[in-house]
Write a protein that binds this ligand. Sequence first.
Ligand SMILES: C[S@@+](CC[C@H](N)C(=O)[O-])C[C@H]1O[C@@H](n2cnc3c(N)ncnc32)[C@H](O)[C@@H]1O
Length: 262
Amino acid sequence: MHVTPTPAAQHDAAVDRALASAIAHRWHPVAAPIADDAVRLLLERLGPPDGARVLDLGCGFGEWLLRLLEAHPGVRGVGVDRSAPALAEARERAAVRGLADRVEFTEADAATWTGGAFDVVLCVGAAHVFGGLTGTLTALRDHLRPGGRALLGDGFWEAGPTPEALAGIGAEPGDLPDLAGLSAEITRLGYEPGYGHLSTTAEWDEYEWCWTGALTGWALAEAAGADRAAALEMARTHRREWLAGYRGQLGFATVVLHDLRH
Ligand SMILES: C[S@@+](CC[C@H](N)C(=O)[O-])C[C@H]1O[C@@H](n2cnc3c(N)ncnc32)[C@H](O)[C@@H]1O
């Protein structure tokens, strides 16, 4: 999961970052601190209309999109990401689940990609691509038909932040809002929040143990030499930044948005 600032930007690893991120997210249903039940409920509340075209910006493994397509047989989707390993996994999952003819996964920079107006647009854990919350809300609007729906997932400060928490995600004070500020920005940009999920400490802990555990497991069982050392160091650094840094302070909100334009 990336909130606006990206901890990975601080790591100086030999192992390719896109590959490391794809490995780190192997064990968790989505690349954000959200449990299966909450993912299901958010998608249910997002409820795309019949025949909707859905776009996922920074789609990663495409799991949000694929689950939406499974639940709504008339829906078609496009996922955009710049990680080749993540997209390879997304295409594989689509093929295995018989969804390949209804979804297209495109390797591109989501900040500049264009593809017309969509009925529903998702952006979960990828707000850093658009420079933060305001840029993301603007980008969602650029891709949405008037009156469409969006799903936004981004970070906020539940408490603090202490200097250690800021350092843990490479953030400056003010880079992320508090929850009230996040909600106010959503309405300021012309959306109405229709439903939301606030990640619990248990969801964060599960997500971070999966992130560090999957990468550690890969380093010990599948990597060698400099890759092994770099992956282990990346997992250790991430674990320290989480436990000594942002744990209990960094929140994550996933919100269904209604575009108020008609
Ligand atoms: C934390 S993951 C979230 C993935 C997915 N939305 C999910 O919740 O499972 C962030 C994703 O943003 C992608 N990303 C980062 N920069 C990007 C860019 N400029 N354009 C497109 N995707 C980007 C990464 O490759 C990664 O897959």
